[in-house]
Write a protein that binds this ligand. Structure first.
Ligand code: PEP
Ligand code: CO
Length: 459
């Protein structure tokens, strides 16, 4: 993070599409063939954009409303998407989960929900080390499918520039899936239409959860009846895509100038910068400050007020509503001690910031066998504490950022379904961080809906 001696970046300095190259860029792959990289980037620069400026600005407008407390954001998806899981069935499950959780949250929070997938481009991962050692063999770490392969062999782990092109191709394919689903009307699901709520049977407090979920279901059914042949008019919610803007070569190649002179990242509606690359003097912040998209930045227990003030000045110098989102990810045990000073810093600067809680990345732990997991109760506890601390500091939690799968995976512990360490081997598909499965995720949405109001009233 920011060292006391680091020069404070100048938010007024001129920006250019490649000005990030003169700043330290962390987490970039080491390509061994610069010519091949150059050729891949040239090709990528001629590929069509994945999204359009109009919808990017539309999202920015919605995020501005969320920042004013008039909407809530649900941003959700895999830690890392996989090329080999990119089929229509998988996208369908992700969209169904996002949609059903949104419906539950809308009912409970009484706010429209902005649906955002960690989707159609979430292929690059920051890692804590450069090398991975196994049984005396040391190889470069897996950095996501847009960089190298997951298999532990030298050929797979080599950073391959062709993967940047494949990443664009897979993102385009996922977007095609989204359009197919929209045409098929999957954006009008009723609550139990896609999978059953059998997990409720196992919830100890089902007497409390069941009437709430029946009410959600009843309301949706009534709306569908009201809407007659055009339920889309009532239930339709447009979805947006987001990913971590990690590989700056890739992001630059898909950043294009609009006729009005502004630059847009057209690889995604909503790029975010991860905790490991959020240094105010770093290349990621330098790149992002020049694009007109809405931006998000992860903040954690080590983010200090001085650093946060610099980020606010660089990424949103005009204090434009909807422009900047801060996603705090601290861990249930740390949030009470660390979130307040960040909120106070934002309030003191009178900065228009949308706050999201990522209750996943501060709650990761390894079991004795080495498996990475997260516990449902920790995730829920961090969300509860976030609502409370925001209310206490005169602020508002505007949304959730989750790693979750619409598939029946076994990666996180607990929930009503009571996943135990011994269950995790059954269907652990993530190659990076553990995700809530569909039952755990729906349960989380139901519990947040039921209790958010009370959490905000806590002294
Ligand atoms: C992530 O979102 O997968 C991630 C790596 O998060 P963070 O930057 O918060 O560690
Ligand atoms: Co992750």
């Amino acid at each position: 993070m920011l060292t006391p001696t680091a020069a404070a970046p100048d938010a007024q300095a001129p920006w250019a599409l490649d000005s990030w190259r003169s700043c330290p860029a962390r987490q970039q792959p080491a390509y061994d063939d610069p010519q091949a990289l150059h050729r891949a980037l040239e090709t990528l620069g001629q590929r069509p954009p994945l999204v359009g400026a109009e919808r990017i600005l539309q999202l920015k407008g919605l995020l501005a409303e969320a920042q004013q407390g008039r909407r809530f954001v649900l941003q959700l998806g895999d830690c890392a998407e996989r090329f080999d899981h990119n089929d229509l069935a998988n996208t369908t499950r992700q969209v169904a989960l996002l949609q059903q959780m949104s419906q539950v949250l809308m009912h409970g929070l009484q706010l429209p929900v902005i649906q955002v997938g960690r989707l159609a481009g979430q292929y690059a991962k920051p890692r804590s080390g450069d090398m991975e050692d196994r049984h005396g063999v040391s190889l470069p770490v897996y950095r996501g499918d847009s960089v190298n392969g997951h298999a532990f062999d030298a050929a797979a782990r080599r950073a391959d520039p062709q993967r940047l092109l494949q990443s664009h191709g897979h993102s385009a394919r996922t977007l095609d899936h989204l359009h197919t689903l929209q045409e098929a009307g999957i954006d009008n699901l009723l609550l139990d239409e896609r999978w059953s709520l059998a997990w409720l049977e196992q919830a100890q407090d089902q007497a409390r959860l069941r009437p709430f979920l029946s009410q959600v279901h009843g309301t949706l059914r009534f709306m569908r009846t009201l809407a007659g042949s055009q339920p889309g008019e009532f239930l339709h919610r447009e979805m947006y895509i987001s990913h971590e803007a990690l590989l700056l070569e890739y992001e630059q190649a898909l950043t294009r100038q609009h006729t009005d002179g502004r630059w847009f990242n057209l690889a995604t509606h909503w790029p975010w910068v991860g905790l490991r690359t959020a240094q105010p003097e770093g290349a990621h912040v330098e790149y992002l400050r020049g694009v007109a998209n809405p931006l998000a930045v992860k903040v954690g227990v080590d983010t200090d007020p001085a650093q946060l003030r610099q980020l606010l000045a660089q990424l949103n110098p005009g204090n434009e509503p909807g422009r900047l989102t801060l996603i705090h990810r601290m861990g249930a045990a740390n949030l009470q001690a660390h979130l307040g000073r960040l909120i106070d810093t934002v309030n003191a600067a009178d900065a228009k910031v949308l706050w999201l809680c990522d209750p996943m990345h501060g709650n990761t732990r390894s079991l004795p066998c080495g498996t990475k997991t997260r516990a449902f109760d920790d995730i829920l506890a961090e969300i509860a504490a976030a609502f409370t601390v925001h209310a206490r500091h005169g602020s508002r939690l505007g949304g959730l950022h989750l790693e979750a799968s619409g598939d029946d995976v076994s990666e996180c512990l607990g929930g009503a379904v009571g996943l135990q360490p011994a269950d995790l081997g059954r269907r652990y598909l993530s190659q990076v961080d553990p995700r809530l499965n569909r039952d755990q995720a729906l349960e989380l949405a139901a519990r947040v809906s039921l209790d958010a109001h009370a959490w905000q009233q806590c002294p």
